[in-house]
Design a protein around this ligand. Structure first.
Ligand code: HEM
Length: 472
């Protein structure tokens, strides 16, 4: 009986083996990087997800493969043959060859929820133009205009969420603040009840499987996206009316919504582009900045001598201030050590672990061929945790940032044409927030070793409860 079953099934096995072999040796005349493609379609997706969920992408996924195959290896993730690249040189090569050899590649759910007209889907000249509009508000004079508004928002936030409390959830409340900063200070849109909740629904679906059935994360996210779209269209049309009627001065004040609507009036961008990019900016800024802030506080709590140095820096800044006087750009330039602490925290806990690209041509790199259509994944861990770039990489040592680091080795904000457009705003947000908290509150972690989980971006699993008391 078993031999009969074998005789019947054997041809199917051979066909499947042949297909797998063929797909693994895709373009077999080319020298593909080493590595295992795993099972057909699914590849090593489960191993990757499992590691990501526990925030152990480096330890459980990257490190063993780098040890086995080297810094450039192939695998298959979510149905796509993928080459994972590690190291400063590889980061530079793939990041700077955006639009020439690779383009960014987001899952279908992200594209549907952010919108096809957001900056992350734009390529070449269209990307350059849109980035110019957005970046004006996110750097230089744009940021100088935003700074006093951010100081005000942070102080209101502390009065509302911290004042009179003995315990708060740092990560959760910081999310409310970063949302308010993007919406009110950067875009110039008033936050109305329920809108944050709707954005959070959308963000929950950004990396979910794009299946629409009642109760699925993706369906909920799509519904929330529709509601946000409706609300934003009203806001954009109202702003347009005001601007055409000569009522609005927001553009001069650096408000990004006014800049986008000015582009709309001049016929340079469409209404959908305005809406999609507002959604994208909230997505890009929200969980990332909150996580960076949370990890900065966690590391300060774990390293009291670093906290003492940081407190000294803020005491020095306060010494030259009158009571209630706002911080200035000059003050933030004097927060050098605070920024080193934040950088070191992002090195060890990058808010974005990496990003996918798609090869738009056959790519020759380091003697290997990456066939057109394959995915390329760069990861922050691949350099942040490497002895080659950072001495004793698992040690928390903010002072290492006193010296310049090797180009493209410290990449929490990515690099090349897709370098995070909001990196200066994120820096300002972190510095200002740390200043107001450490000069006003005593605080300590309630779960010093709270696990970090990923859903879909990393977060402290209990929302980071801390004990607080006002400084007298
Ligand atoms: C600590 C906080 C942040 C981190 C770690 C971070 C990280 C990143 C990374 C790694 C990328 C590149 C993704 C890629 O190469 O595919 C990126 C892109 C981007 N980020 Fe951020 N980000 C942060 C905060 C912000 C903020 C506050 C904003 C704006 C309000 C922002 C806006 C953007 C935009 C618009 C892009 C797309 C750039 C483009 O495609 O040209 N980010 N961010």
């Amino acid at each position: 009986m078993p031999s009969l079953a074998f005789a019947v099934l054997a041809p199917f096995f051979f066909v499947i083996l042949f297909i797998c072999k063929k797909s693994n040796n895709h373009k077999s005349n080319k020298n593909l990087p080493p590595g295992k493609m795993g099972l057909p379609w699914i590849g090593e997706t489960m191993e990757f997800y499992k590691a990501q969920r526990k925030n152990l992408v480096f330890e459980k996924f990257l490190q063993p493969r780098i040890a086995r195959h080297g810094k450039i290896f192939k695998t298959r993730l979510m149905g796509s043959p993928t080459v994972v690249v590690n190291g400063g040189e590889a980061n530079r090569f793939f990041m700077t060859n955006e639009f020439k050899l690779v383009i960014s590649s987001w899952p279908s759910s992200s594209v549907q929820l952010m919108g096809k007209d957001s900056i992350m889907e734009k390529q070449g000249e269209a990307h350059r133009f849109l980035r110019g509009v957005i970046a004006t508000s996110l750097s230089g004079v744009g940021l100088v205009a935003i700074l006093p508004k951010m100081c005000r928002s942070i102080q209101i936030h502390l009065d509302k969420c911290w004042h009179g409390q003995e315990k708060i959830y740092l990560y959760r409340v910081t999310k409310i603040l970063t949302f308010t900063i993007v919406f009110e200070c950067l875009l110039g849109i008033g936050v109305v009840g329920g809108v944050l909740g709707k954005f959070e629904r959308v963000l929950e679906g950004v990396f979910a499987l794009p299946f629409e059935f009642p109760g699925s994360k993706f369906s909920r996210a799509k519904r929330a996206r529709k509601a946000i779209e409706k609300m934003l269209i009203d806001v954009v049309r109202m702003k347009r009316e005001e601007m055409e009627g000569g009522l609005d001065v927001g553009e001069e004040e650096g408000m990004l919504l006014s800049r986008l609507v000015a582009g709309l009036i001049r016929g340079e961008i469409s209404e959908k582009e305005v809406v999609d990019n507002v959604v994208l900016l909230v997505f890009a800024a929200h969980d990332t900045t909150s996580f960076a802030i949370a990890m900065t506080f966690r590391m300060l709590a774990h390293h009291p001598h670093c906290y003492s140095s940081l407190l000294q820096e803020h005491a020095d800044i306060m010494r030259n201030k009158r009571p209630g006087e706002n911080l200035t750009v000059e003050d933030t330039k004097n927060m050098k050590y605070t920024w080193q602490v934040a950088q070191e925290s992002m090195r060890l806990f990058p808010p974005i672990f990496g990003s996918f690209r798609k090869a738009i041509a056959d790519i020759e790199y380091e003697g290997f061929t990456i066939p057109k259509g394959w995915k390329v994944l760069w990861t922050a861990y691949g350099t942040h945790y490497s002895e080659e770039y950072f001495r004793e990489p698992t040690t928390f040592d903010p002072k290492r940032f006193e010296e310049p680091v090797q180009p493209y080795s410290f990449i929490p904000f990515g690099g090349g044409p897709r370098l995070c457009a909001g990196n200066q705003l994120a820096k300002l947000n972190i510095l200002l927030f740390v200043h107001y908290v450490v000069t006003r509150y005593n605080w300590s972690l309630l779960h010093p070793d709270e696990p970090i989980t990923t859903d879909p971006l990393p977060l402290p699993s209990h929302g980071m409860p801390i004990k607080i008391s006002p400084k007298l």
